[in-house]
Design a protein around this ligand. Structure first.
Ligand code: HEC
Length: 117
């Protein structure tokens, strides 16, 4: 009897596994918005590189704001400008329109968590 239960259990887990695989792309990580675990290297840097550094990088960054490294992104976030602009519908950054709420929450959580590197 115990053996049958175990077999059924394993079968159920196996089915769960295949369902999950069918729905969630294994390459796509769940975004981390927890202020205890969000870090620059793991979460924030990629948002900057995907949405900001085409303008805020290179030899002549827009508004003199180079957002390609930890120290600068931290400094612009700490003084409030970066959070203000990524949440400002009237003058959004990026200028093409606000990022999705998950990206904006990740940056807020990073600030709340004390700017983990
Ligand atoms: C298409 C180019 C472009 C992109 C992409 C872009 N910015 Fe900007 N950004 C600008 C320009 C131009 C200015 C200066 C004019 C202004 O303040 O609107 C600016 C200004 C800023 C300022 C104010 C800096 C200051 O000293 O006044 C901040 C902060 C900022 N951007 C953050 C960001 C962040 C964060 C992202 C990505 C989420 C981003 N920007 C994406 C072009 C861009």
């Amino acid at each position: 009897m115990k053996k049958i239960k175990t077999t059924l259990f394993i079968l159920a887990i196996g089915m769960l596994g295949s369902c999950t695989k069918a729905i969630i792309d294994p390459d796509e990580e769940t975004p981390d918005t927890n202020s205890d675990t969000v870090t620059y290297a793991k979460d924030v840097e990629q948002i900057m590189f995907n949405n900001c550094v085409t303008c805020h990088g290179g030899a002549a960054p827009s508004a003199g704001a180079d957002l390609t490294n930890y120290a600068n992104v931290k400094s612009y976030t700490q003084d409030g400008q970066l959070l203000q602009r990524i949440n400002n519908e009237a003058a959004p950054m990026p200028p093409s329109g606000l990022m999705n709420s998950t990206n904006r929450q990740i940056i807020q959580s990073w600030a709340d968590g004390g700017y983990k590197q």
